[in-house]
Design a protein around this ligand. Structure first.
Ligand code: SF4
Ligand code: SF4
Ligand code: FES
Length: 253
């Protein structure tokens, strides 16, 4: 007896920012299929002009980020078996739409440029000996290096997505990057003024939505944002430090 699997009902957003609609495609299902396979089948067989961005199909390049049934996901890491009934695929809502499933994420690269790079103290820069790090310090920062820059966390963050405050908050991906630098034992810069100011760490209200969607399972809120908030609070709201800063300013003036 042959078992026939009904075709998948795939609904994909088609269009540009000011006009668009969901278009339904019927896609044959095969074993191990992920949502990206279904979208690419539709592109190859039914809609050759369907725009979708992807590269690795291995959940490592971050380019296939979109929203599947309303949740931010990597299309190549979303098995169709995980969804019952119709699957709808839409572009990330937090970024300007270029066309179909492709968004303009270039704002993120501009933000990245505003974060001072890894800078060891002067003495370490000229130290001919290999640097040594304690394992505990390696363990603290290594998870941050797993980021694949899919920007799904940026997409789900309500500060950026619902309130559009790209002017005020760098977003969770860049809290992760700043944490990786601030917690690096060989970095000599103090990025807390940037965190409190332009990076806007205070805008995060620790909802943890970013952490829930991260395909690399980075503990964005617990291990990056909360410690950064604590460091910033220590520097700016600790009364003894505040007094020392005030006295320092007075004697300099
Ligand atoms: S925890 Fe903070 S950064 Fe993450 S989604 Fe919520 S507000 Fe945004
Ligand atoms: S922190 Fe996670 S969700 Fe955010 S960009 Fe990196 S990999 Fe993607
Ligand atoms: S295609 Fe590279 S992460 Fe999906």
């Amino acid at each position: 007896m042959t078992v026939s699997i009904s075709p998948l009902k795939l609904s994909v957003f088609r269009g540009e920012a000011d006009r668009g609609e969901m278009v339904a495609y019927s896609v044959p299902v095969r074993e191990g299929m992920v949502v990206l396979d279904a979208v690419l089948w539709a592109q190859a067989n039914l809609a050759p002009d369907l725009a979708v961005r992807w590269n690795c199909k291995a959940a490592k390049c971050g380019s296939c980020a979109a929203e599947v049934n309303g949740f931010p996901r990597l299309l190549c890491k979303s098995p169709v078996d995980d969804y019952a009934g119709e699957i709808s695929v839409r572009p990330m809502a937090a970024f300007p739409l270029i066309r179909d499933l492709v968004t303009d994420v270039s704002w993120n690269y501009e933000v990245n440029k505003r974060i001072p790079e890894f800078t060891p103290p002067e003495a370490d820069q000229h130290d001919p000996e290999p640097w040594r790090m304690q394992q505990v310090d390696v363990d603290r920062v290594i998870e941050f290096r797993k980021c694949i820059e899919c920007f799904l966390c940026q997409d789900v963050c309500h500060v950026l997505r619902n309130h559009g405050r790209t002017d005020a908050y760098f977003g969770p991906r860049f809290m992760v990057r700043m944490a990786s630098l601030e917690m690096h034992p060989k970095d000599g810069l103090d990025r807390r003024p940037l965190l409190k100011g332009d990076a806007g760490v205070g805008f995060c209200n620790i909802t943890k939505c970013c952490q829930e969607v991260c395909p690399e399972h980075i503990h964005i809120t617990d291990n990056a944002i909360i410690p950064l908030k604590e460091r910033t609070a220590d520097a700016y709201f600790d009364p003894i430090r505040a007094l020392t800063r005030r006295l320092g300013r007075r004697s300099a003036g």
